[in-house]
Ligand binder design. Sequence first.
Ligand code: UDP
Ligand code: MG
Length: 313
Amino acid sequence: MAVDRKHFVTVCIPLFNEEESLGELYGLLTAMLEGSAAGHELIFIDDGSTDGSLSALIGLRKEDRRVKIISFNRNYGKSAALSEGFRVARGDFVVTIDADLQDNPNEIPGLIEKLDEGYDLVSGWKMNRKDPITKTWPSKFFNLVTSLVSGIRLHDFNCGLKVYRKEVVKRMSIYGELHRFIPVLAGWEGFRVAEKGVTHSERRFGRSKYGVNRFLNGFFDLITVMFITRRATSPFHFFGRIGTIFFLAGGLINLYFLVLWIAGKGLHVRPIMVVGLFMIVIAIQIGSFGLLAELFTSRTDKTFTYREYSIDD
Ligand code: UDP
Ligand code: MG
């Protein structure tokens, strides 16, 4: 299978200490893209590698000017690497693929074909993931929760292999560890997101850069994602609701004691009174925190994503 000739394709490859894989990956990608796409470029983003990755890349660049290299001074993480790749990408279609040969470059034409059916982002789905069970099980759970919370129904959010229309990558702003949520961010922006099964291989060289602790951070990131897109919820609505619950509970408790006092019953300080007062204080704290957060994030609402149909003429 080959990529349709009408499209210029950019491949973004984030890598951190993957020297053994780069030559083979370059060969596979070039063989697949050469003479099929209208043209292509391979953007390797060296995320602060300390092995021979950069010199391997410089070697490839000497032979082939379609190889572009971005080299970070230190390890900034996969999101930062992708984000820089997206910034300089020139292709109509942009592909991301891991550098460790776990993703199969020969899946790219199939993904692009699906994109051409009318999607803006097609994400790979590692149907038969070749990783240790300590990774595959937490990952299943993570994907399920992300799917339920986000409403974007995918099985595999964090597959390295994805294809995008240019508009999507130019729009995406990913940092920290947010690359795991690209389909969520894109979906909430109104882009059409789909998924397609892809094959997956075991890691042959080097080590995985991520341990199990990524999943804990993953859930914090999910909350961040909910707020930065403001699609799921706005901070003031979220914290406002929690604050209101505390305020009502605290208010009711103290109202009870107010009624007792008005009725002329003697009042003694009781633990529940203190709890009621605390709840009111906490309610005001949480509510005003939400308001502050709202003021900080409200800017993001003022830009839009849209498709142009008939503006030119
Ligand atoms: N990677 C990166 N920067 C990092 C960690 C990873 O560019 O800080 C790259 C890595 O070299 C690989 C891809 O991101 O090309 C996926 O990483 P890895 O294979 O370690 O993740 P796993 O497959 O174990 O989920
Ligand atoms: Mg890998």
